[in-house]
Design a protein around this ligand. Structure first.
Ligand SMILES: Cc1cc2nc3c(=O)[nH]c(=O)nc-3n(C[C@H](O)[C@H](O)[C@H](O)COP(=O)(O)OP(=O)(O)OC[C@H]3O[C@@H](n4cnc5c(N)ncnc54)[C@H](O)[C@@H]3O)c2cc1C
Length: 622
């Protein structure tokens, strides 16, 4: 029997980050997958990032994860979204060359020291006395390890549905594990049934792009990775077209044949990624819906029709596509479908992503009820880190809600749970002004360094940037502009108002019209790298708001630091509402802060717990 430190079941976006993190932290790692041909496979949209998801990718990169670097290399179009809005919602989104991304990640995994990649169907997680011992494959082989990370995505008891067609399968016809769910239920893991869907893939040669609006990438070269490795990039356009009332009529007339409505789909689907059928029903007043035609890669004719996920029969999908401008003669290469799959109820997990009752069992990705490559990769990274820290006897790493979107994601899952595929959104982050995508490295790279995932190249580039930023902010705060005639003239040329008394350059930079570049030209300041100049401007202009948000964080931290003993019998505290006692006993929050975020636990219940803790403290003192 081969012995490992960590075994990862699943080489999707979660599994790859988990395995790389554990191996890079010195663990002997086995990474398994149903087929080697789907390592870091993108079964759905050929893109990485966008609002909130782009923030996650930047945070993964800042901590020393892989997704950001690979997405930059596989990128065939990059855009910074929401530039017309505040910096908190600026977000990068890359169109990715799917086959290239898969090959690149597979190569990285295959060449990672301490990591074995195997094509193996895992049927069983071996647990003795609530401790993980290893896994058993369908071949009968047993692999031993004290830590197992579940990253099974949308595969567990996968069932594909479109129209009357339905069969057991993972995405794109890969085999679906049928036995692992039973093994998980047997060891006491609670499972849920979720669903997600994807649109058809159509042949680019059969499209009339002249009837669509091209969407080009940004001229400026952006990267997810703070290592900023890609300097130039060949970009291809996407295309925008719309459905119309004829499209909607065909769909409406055939709703009963959709997997969503004929009962073949059992699982709960994603609210924020609805199928075209669901959109037609939910937004019946709309006479058109946007569709983005996204190339799946440079060396394929497959085009992904974003916004048109469907589980209607293939013939109906073709019929309604032929009503859409530019798609009148399109050839469908793959039909859209829905997929049902098993996933875990994340309320069973600690914030380290380890199971509360089964020591050494971690879970990450879609198997925790989330949806999205980025959400999966973020969880995978944390599960890989924490599995190794468990083995090294170190405290688990839990990122706070004021430190990162990764913290918001995991805290939401393990504290509130989810009844549908959970997708990250900026509105979920109460401190989003602090959690911008532009400062993910300032927030998290020192932690990545402490963990041991930040290599010397990243550390030296980060410290150079941080130190230059700090020096610049300090010197701008110490450099004053006097209300001389010459300066008033400069201010007028900068399009800003005159000053009555001397003002620091940092104060001046708070003015909307003044960028660092303009101030540098006017007052002879040193040129700065673009990423540092951007930080200087943001920190100057948002200073007041950032300060206010930091005060809110400090207030909330008071409750976060009020720890709750693991052994509390919530049901014996009569003053708590029945619902609160039930929920607290299920989630077993580590702090009053976490308790306050559990739905059904009221501020009154929190006061009861505060009194309980105070009484307990006094008694112990006596
Ligand atoms: C049809 C479809 C539509 C989707 N639509 C969207 C969408 O609209 N928006 C969105 O954000 N996300 C969508 N997704 C989800 C997105 O693909 C996933 O969020 C992401 O791939 C999850 O990554 P993961 O690593 O958790 O799992 P996956 O990428 O699913 O990888 C799971 C891995 O586990 C392996 N595996 C599973 N069971 C076993 C076993 N027993 N033994 C060995 N290996 C095993 C598989 O081989 C695979 O490598 C969709 C996915 C699918 C399939």
């Amino acid at each position: 029997m081969e012995q490992y430190d960590v075994i990862v079941i699943g080489a999707g976006h979660a599994g790859v980050e988990a395995a790389l993190a554990a191996a890079r932290l010195g663990g002997k790692v086995l990474l398994t997958t149903v087929t080697l041909d789907n390592v870091a496979f993108m079964p759905c949209n050929p893109s990485v990032g966008g609002p909130a998801k782009g923030h996650l990718v930047r945070e993964i990169d800042a901590l020393g994860g892989q997704m950001g670097l690979s997405a930059d290399e596989a990128c065939i179009q990059m855009r910074m979204h929401n530039t017309g809005k505040g910096y908190a919602v600026h977000a990068l989104r890359a169109q990715a060359d799917k086959p290239f991304y898969h090959n690149l990640m597979k190569k990285i995994v295959e060449n990672q020291e301490n990591l074995d990649l195997k094509q193996l169907m895992i049927d069983e997680v071996i647990v003795e006395k609530n401790e993980v011992k290893g896994v058993k494959a369908e071949t009968g082989e047993v692999f031993a390890a004290p830590c197992v990370i579940l990253a099974t995505g949308t595969y567990l008891r996968g069932k594909i549905v479109y129209g009357e067609v339905n069969y057991d399968s993972g995405p794109n016809g890969t085999r679906a594990p049928q036995k692992l769910s039973a093994s998980l239920l047997h060891i006491g893991v609670k499972l849920m049934r979720f669903k997600t869907g994807t649109p058809a893939r159509i042949d680019a040669r059969t499209l009339d792009y002249s009837k669509m609006e091209p969407q080009y990438g940004d001229a400026q070269v952006y990267n997810f990775s703070f290592l900023n490795k890609v300097k130039t990039r060949e970009q291809v356009p996407c295309y925008l077209t719309y459905t119309n009332p004829t499209t909607h009529k065909i769909i409406r007339d055939n709703l009963q044949r959709s997997g969503m409505f004929n009962g073949y789909v059992e699982g709960v689907g994603p609210r924020y990624c609805p199928s075209i059928e669901a959109k037609i029903v939910r937004f019946a007043d709309k006479d058109r819906h946007q569709l983005f035609l996204e190339p799946e890669g440079l060396d394929t004719n497959e085009v992904y029709v974003q916004g048109m996920s469907s589980s209607l029969p293939a013939d109906i999908q073709i019929e309604f596509m032929h009503t859409i401008p530019g798609l009148e003669k399109c050839q469908m290469m793959r039909a859209g479908y829905a997929i049902d799959y098993d996933c875990l109820d994340p309320l069973q997990l600690k914030a380290s992503l380890e199971h509360k009752q089964i020591s050494g069992l971690f879970s990450a990705g879609q198997s925790n009820g989330t949806s999205g490559y980025e959400e999966a990769a973020a969880q995978g990274l944390m599960a890989g880190i924490n599995a190794m820290r468990k083995l090294q006897g170190k405290q688990a790493i839990v990122i706070g809600r004021s430190q990162g979107y990764i913290g918001v994601l995991i805290d939401d899952l393990v504290t509130k749970g989810t009844h549908e595929p959970y997708r990250m959104m900026t509105s979920r982050a109460e401190y989003r002004l602090l959690l911008r995508q532009d400062n993910a490295d300032l927030r998290l790279t020192p932690l990545g360094q402490e963990i041991g995932l930040v290599n010397s190249e990243r550390w030296s580039s980060f410290t150079a940037k941080r130190d230059l930023l700090e020096r610049t902010l300090f010197s701008l705060g110490q450099t004053y502009v006097a209300p001389t005639e010459e300066n008033q003239k400069k201010l007028a040329e900068l399009g800003t108002s005159a000053i009555r008394s001397k003002i620091s350059l940092l104060e001046l930079l708070k003015r909307q019209q003044i960028s660092y570049a303009k101030a540098a030209q006017a007052f002879g300041l040193p040129e700065l790298p673009a990423v540092v100049a951007e930080q200087v401007e943001i920190q100057a202009k948002y200073d007041g708001y950032i300060l206010k948000q930091r005060q809110e964080v400090a207030k909330a931290l008071k409750l976060e630091n009020k720890l709750l003993p693991e052994s509390i019998d919530y049901r014996s505290i009569k003053e708590l509402s029945t619902e609160a006692a039930e929920k607290l006993a299920t989630v077993r929050p580590v702090s009053l802060g976490q308790a306050s975020r559990i739905s059904g636990v009221s501020p009154a219940d929190i006061s009861v717990l505060m009194i309980y803790l105070e009484a307990k403290r006094r008694k112990e003192e006596q």
